[in-house]
Design a protein around this ligand. Sequence first.
Ligand code: 13P
Length: 248
Amino acid sequence: MTVPIPLIAGNWKMNGLAASLDEARAVAVGLGTFRGGRVAICPPATLIERLSRALAGGPVLVGGQDCRAEASGAFTGDISAEMLVDAGASLVILGHSERRAGYAETDAAVAAKVGAALRAGLEPIVCVGETLDQRQAGEALAVVTEQVRGSLPAELATDAFAVAYEPVWAIGTGLTPTIAEIEEMHVAIRATLREMFGARSDTVPILYGGSVKPSNAAEILRATEVGGALVGGASLKAADFLGIIEGL
Ligand code: 13P
């Protein structure tokens, strides 16, 4: 039986200046000889190259938070997957709810970015998640599995990607779904991946994201089909991020 290698990724969002490199270095030092899974930090684009240099050869991978589907061109302010690779990134978060909501990113747009990321050699972390209204209307499972279907290119010929289930209402709020709700969703996402890509997708980690902190990480990470975490606020401080990783 194949099982995913766990992945814990920190999403710094629009936080971090040069001084924050020390927090990332502290994560690398704190990990020491940790071999329980993979660890990544996704800083703002301005820090990717410096962070990649600071962490080179160590246990912490560096990722971007978004990329454009095109490789280059007249797209002021945007960054391509090739540019992220060039700066030292090996992963990229795509389809985060803050981008879906703030930039009207559709599933199709996310799928195009996933294709571009894979072609450039990046491992995409593809985010999905329902709003509170959708959960209260009993639509969470349907909404999220539809997002999974629409946000991954159907012709995907690799298992080198991750899916992150991030309920929108749990992000930055301190609220989390129950363990049973997390498991129900992760099992449904696993079944959707199986349907789309067959057994080779069994090694794709399905991360949970939304108010993960040291005090709830171990219980969430033990849940069925939870293959890691995508961490926002608590990834900004090395001690908190390390406390979450200890939950693996
Ligand atoms: P918080 O951990 O701050 O709730 O954010 C989660 C998230 O959006 C990670 O991508």
